[in-house]
Design a protein around this ligand. Structure first.
Ligand code: SAM
Ligand code: DTB
Ligand code: SF4
Length: 331
């Protein structure tokens, strides 16, 4: 019986589709929540251990002073948010943070820089950081802004495993949030990362005032890329005072869960990361997100500039839910 059910699910749900339409995904997102959760959880179980969650720790290696105007971002130099502009961290400082992350149980170390795009000399320095972190036996990820193909190759040669570059929202809503770079710029960077043989980490933000069609548009763009991103971070907007989006109304927790569930269904083998916003989501909201197919989190008390749940809080929640820390590889 189990076998028959699996076969019919497989027949109606081919594992890798790249031809999603926005109306189809809107319908997926608008289903009764229980129907959406049930389907997403089925897909999750077919591809992953449902009780394992991968842990990535973030470090802001170059804080603030960014020339871009991303309306959500506390690190833009255009907004008065209290985030200071600082120089790139040195290797010893980064290695110290990476050792701590490993000791706390993280398997991936993600380094973020508040750059529009790195200069070639920045790439040389970041390559040293990647080599050092990789030497500890951690997976490496960096997010540095727009990348040229040659720079992507240099990062790959340094041992980089993942590059994070988010599309953030739909092509249609994008201009409401960022004017200093185009959606196509972002797609070009993703192409350069993919061509260099680096795994792609790409997702977006829920709660910036976008509609359901925009959430569907983001998910369609991600799933219709030539290859699905290996990692899909779904961030809830962190409303930071001083940014243009500071007074945005809070997003409903079920809307975040719906986006996670749809991402799981559409990109069945991706690690779907429940990213910024976990503090607001609370324990019940997070538990629902794990059921919906989230199998990765940012782990550690700080995201880039804003707070994240404490390590002990995450451990307690995992204990309550019977979740083990670690990547379960897609099958
Ligand atoms: N400067 C680089 C860039 O923009 O590509 C890398 C760092 S940037 C902070 C990485 C991502 O963090 C953004 O694309 C956005 O999705 C997310 N992010 C930044 N601020 C956020 C906020 N206040 N709430 C939720 N997500 C946020
Ligand atoms: C991603 O999708 N979310 C992370 C990471 N990639 C770089 C960043 C979240 C930032 C939240 C606001 C802050 O802490 O500054
Ligand atoms: Fe700069 Fe990245 Fe923040 Fe945009 S999201 S302002 S590019 S640091």
């Amino acid at each position: 019986m189990q076998h028959v059910q699996r076969m019919s699910t497989a027949a109606s749900l081919p594992t890798e589709r790249h031809d999603w339409t926005v109306p189809e995904v809107e319908a997926l997102l608008n289903q009764p929540l229980n129907d959406l959760l049930f389907r997403a959880h089925q897909v999750h179980r077919e591809h992953f251990d449902p009780n394992a969650v991968q842990l990535s720790t973030l470090l802001n290696i170059k804080s603030g002073g960014c020339p871009e105007d991303c309306a959500y971002c506390p690190q833009s130099a255009r907004y008065d948010t209290g985030v200071n502009s600082e120089a790139l961290l040195d290797v010893d400082t980064v290695l110290g943070a990476a050792r701590n992350a490993k000791a706390a149980g993280a398997s991936r170390f993600c380094m973020g820089a508040a750059w529009r795009a790195p200069k070639d000399r920045d790439i040389v320095k970041v390559a040293e950081l990647i080599e050092a972190v990789k030497g500890l036996g951690l997976e490496t990820c960096v997010t540095l802004g727009m990348l040229k193909p040659q720079q992507a190759t240099q990062l790959k040669n340094a041992g980089l495993d993942y590059y994070n570059h988010n599309l953030d929202t739909s092509p249609e809503f994008y201009g409401e949030v960022i004017t200093t770079r185009t959606y196509q710029d972002r797609l070009d960077t993703l192409g350069a990362v993919r061509d260099a043989g680096i795994s792609v980490c790409c997702g977006g933000i829920v709660g910036m005032g976008e509609g359901v069609p925009d959430r569907a548009g983001l998910l369609c763009t991600l799933a219709n890329l030539p290859e699905h991103p290996e990692s899909v971070p779904i961030n809830q907007l962190v409303r930071v005072e001083g940014t243009p989006l500071a007074d945005q109304s809070p997003v409903d927790c079920f809307d975040v869960v719906r986006v996670i569930a749809a991402a799981r269904i559409m990109m069945p083998k991706a690690y779907v990361r429940l990213s910024a916003g976990r503090k607001e989501l609370g324990e019940a909201g997070q538990a629902l997100a794990y059921f919906a197919g989230a199998n990765s989190i940012f782990y550690g008390e700080q995201l880039l500039t804003t707070p994240n749940p404490l390590v002990d809080e995450d451990r307690q929640l995992f204990d309550k839910l019977g979740i083990t820390a670690g990547a379960s590889h897609p099958h």
